[in-house]
Design a protein around this ligand. Sequence first.
Ligand code: SPV
Ligand code: MG
Length: 302
Amino acid sequence: MSAEVLPVTTSSTTLRELIISNDLTFLMEAHDGLSAAIASRAGFKALWASGLSISSALGYRDANEASWTQVGDVVERIVEATNVPVLVDGDGGFGNFNNARIIARKLKQRGASGICLEDKGFPKMNSFVGDKQPLADIDEFAGRLKAVKDTTGPDFVLVARIEALIAGRGLDEALVRAHAYARAGADAILIHSRKGVPDEILAFTKEWKNKLPVMIVPTKYYRTPVADYRAAGISTVIWANHNMRAAISAMRQVCARIMQEESIAGIEDEIATLDELFELMNYGELLAAEEKYLPRAENGKG
Ligand code: SPV
Ligand code: MG
């Protein structure tokens, strides 16, 4: 593993500007302050606070087992660990319009730049698990979107996520839903698919004609080159769970090695150094602050 420490990425570009810009935008998954710091230093201009990854890091399943306040606490750590905008995966909003607007308001207060709501009920199930993916009624979900928009105002980005293709309901239903959610005040549409090729996503973008910017999550159709998304006029690609999955591989490997070797000597050169960690978490700032604020006797210089 590389010991290189990357510079901090700061961004004054808002999430809205990124989503409406003509450039393809990439959102990298973060599930805690550390993964957020790493992603923003790698150069990502915005982050995806993934429900799947946050749940997994907390030891929960992505089925609304983690409470909305637990997710909010993690989001606060993600926001504070970075200088780039954060789009939060708000699942279905944890209930009806009222739950959704309360959560959106709290996320905004905690520094998030937007929320993505999916048209499923509570509790939801991860889109790739099982074959039962009941969809929310269109009007009821539109009410959730309207309530969020009315509560959070124009700056906070509201993404409406359509699960019609995940539920096997087809392109026509996906388009009907997209139009309804646009009328309800969504700023962008996230169209999700569980297929290994992007055919149904590209069929959607062809018909939708960018009435609102389109976001995608190519977790299953990962082989598709991003040039295809640029050609289709897609606004934003979300790499939705790859920090969390990378952490699983790395931790598994290191646990197996230490178990087997009964020693940490063999893996020392393969894992991040403590200095790297201290730099990522900006311990230098704390040492400088001690110089400035602690009485001399207490900072060891008395
Ligand atoms: C997430 O990252 O939590 C998502 C994407 O919502 S997915 O896992 O594909 O549903
Ligand atoms: Mg999710």
